[in-house]
Design a protein around this ligand. Structure first.
Ligand code: NAI
Ligand code: 15L
Length: 274
């Protein structure tokens, strides 16, 4: 059940892409109370539907016709699917860039009015860790992956302006069971807070295109969510409880991208295939 609301609002059919991934597995369980039917999808194998409240629909996001069929009959979409790390452009192009376009085209064709887009901190990864950002700063993507998420945010804005499809783009920091390193002490988003943010993103009225940073109530943060205050997201967790464990790790050199840039090591990946 929801950890944030005792009587969650309910959709008819909710589509969850990327359902075989790390966050997809978590949200497949935690989004269940929010829809009569949860349609889960991925290019990778998925466990079978657990009952009539679930539908499993395999799909390659690069396949426009398949995505169109996937979205038919859905009331809202949580779009997690795609390549989630830095990779050669051609891979990112298929899964992320074509993928997000196909999702919105299908949403337009089938009258879906709400999308939650898993954007990433890597749209602003080239800002220094000493800088404090709100949702309106110019994006500074730190690679092809960050560029694809930046494109996704632009697609979300365009489909709102042109077709009235509302989106919450969540610039997820680092959503894992616990922060894995010093950088993630600032970027960490607990699964409980991720779930709350999903609930707010699905059900808050009149979000237009809202950009929100997906972070827990960590002690030292780089991002400001004032522009997304209407979501009413109040994170419950903090990375602070992991500080001793994280700081027991060997120190990071001051010249290491992990100590300089908000995007950490992503800023220093590639080139691929030279
Ligand atoms: P993940 O890599 O575990 O899951 C992504 C899923 O997308 C995988 O199951 C994969 O099979 C699927 N996928 C890849 N290409 C596909 C295609 N062509 N068609 C259909 N499905 C495809 O990533 P994770 O950690 O679960 O992240 C979920 C989303 O959140 C991703 O979009 C990621 O970029 C975003 N995100 C995650 C963060 C995190 O800390 N976990 C941080 C920032 C953003
Ligand atoms: C992301 O966008 C990735 O999907 C995730 O695997 C982490 O690397 C995260 O950012 C991060 O910056 O820690």
């Amino acid at each position: 059940m929801s950890e944030t609301s005792p009587t969650p609002l309910r959709l008819g059919r909710l589509l969850l892409t990327g359902a075989a991934g790390g966050l997809g597995k978590v949200l497949r369980e935690r989004l269940r109370p929010y829809a009569n039917v949860l349609r889960v999808s991925d290019i990778a194998a998925l466990p079978p539907a657990e009952g009539p409240h679930e539908e499993v629909v395999p799909c390659n996001l690069a396949d426009k016709a398949a995505v169109d069929a996937l979205v038919a009959g859905c009331d809202a979409i949580v779009h997690l699917g795609g390549v989630s790390v830095e990779r050669p452009f051609e891979e990112i192009l298929e899964a992320n860039i074509k993928g997000v376009f196909h999702i919105y085209e299908a949403a337009r064709r089938h009258g879906v009015k709400r999308v939650v887009f898993a954007s990433s901190n890597h749209v602003i990864g080239f800002y220094k860790q000493s800088e404090h950002l709100d949702a309106h700063v110019a994006r500074r993507p730190d690679g092809y992956y960050g560029l694809s998420k930046s494109f996704g945010e632009d697609v979300a804005q365009f489909y709102y302006d042109r077709w009235g499809i509302e989106t919450v783009s969540i610039r997820i920091g680092s959503s894992f069971p616990e922060p894995a390193n010093r950088r993630m002490m600032s970027t960490w988003l607990s699964y409980r807070d991720l779930t709350q943010l999903m609930e707010k993103s699905l059900f808050t009225p009149d979000v237009k295109h809202t950009v929100v940073y997906g972070m827990s109530a960590n002690r030292y943060v780089w991002w400001d969510n004032d522009a997304a205050a209407h979501l009413g997201f109040v994170p419950q967790d903090s990375s602070e409880v992991f500080r001793a464990k994280v700081e027991a790790q060997p120190p990071v050199a001051p010249t290491d991208p992990n100590a300089i840039y908000q995007g950490g090591a992503f800023t220093a990946q590639g080139p691929f295939g030279d």
